[in-house]
Design a protein around this ligand. Structure first.
Ligand SMILES: [Zn+2]
Length: 202
């Protein structure tokens, strides 16, 4: 951490934060961009630097813009589902190995994806879902993604019928508003992300 702290001081940036890190209690600061509220605490939604605005009493996270190469096999990505069909989904890659990516790489999540995968179930995500996946191959500049590891899968989603918030029910999500139940491949830490409402203002 020593080297990193020196680097931050030299650049005049705020404290470096990882997704889920506590930034402040809600009594002290409101949740700004790239943050969410969980149990009265404002937490980081993205890798970056905490930016408290003491006048407005709002704390935000400025995403870090490290030098990032192209996704490689084995990399862990976080992205948003752009299109989803029963056997294939396109993912806009927003983070590579916990580094914010501005390059707008597009990944392809396929049902039969990784031939080593134990679970070859259908692609179970919907447009707008935030997912964590890993890159298992790169062919012809197409990034093939897999969500077969327990930690991979949907991190954030809403009811596709009414837009309500949902809770995990085994391998599905159930809407708190209308009760609609639908299948999802959820990340093992889904509940941690789902308890909150991402603030994507700005
Ligand atoms: Zn619903």
């Amino acid at each position: 951490m020593g080297e990193e702290e020196k680097l931050q001081k030299s650049k005049g940036k705020g404290k470096a934060v990882m997704p889920g890190d506590e930034l402040a209690v809600i009594e002290a600061f409101e949740a700004g961009s790239n943050t969410f509220v969980d149990n009265g605490e404002v937490r980081a939604l993205r890798v970056g630097y905490a930016e408290p605005d003491k006048k407005q009493r709002v704390i935000s996270v400025k995403p870090s813009r490290g030098s990032i190469g192209v996704p490689k096999p084995g990399d862990v990505i976080i992205g948003t589902v752009e299109t989803a069909q029963p056997s294939i989904a396109n993912i806009l890659i927003e983070e590579i190995n916990d580094q914010y990516s501005e390059a707008s790489f597009s990944g392809m999540l396929q049902s039969s994806g990784d031939p080593r995968a134990r679970d070859r179930r259908r692609v179970t995500c919907k447009p707008g879902d935030v997912v964590r996946a890993h890159v298992y191959s790169v062919k012809n500049s197409i990034y093939h993604l897999s969500v077969d590891r327990p930690e991979d899968g949907v991190l954030y989603t809403i009811c596709s019928q009414c837009g309500g918030s949902v809770i995990r029910v085994r391998d599905s999500v159930k809407c708190n508003e209308c009760g609609y139940l639908e299948e999802r491949k959820l990340a093992s830490d889904f509940d941690q992300y789902q308890t909150s409402t991402p603030q994507k203002a700005q």
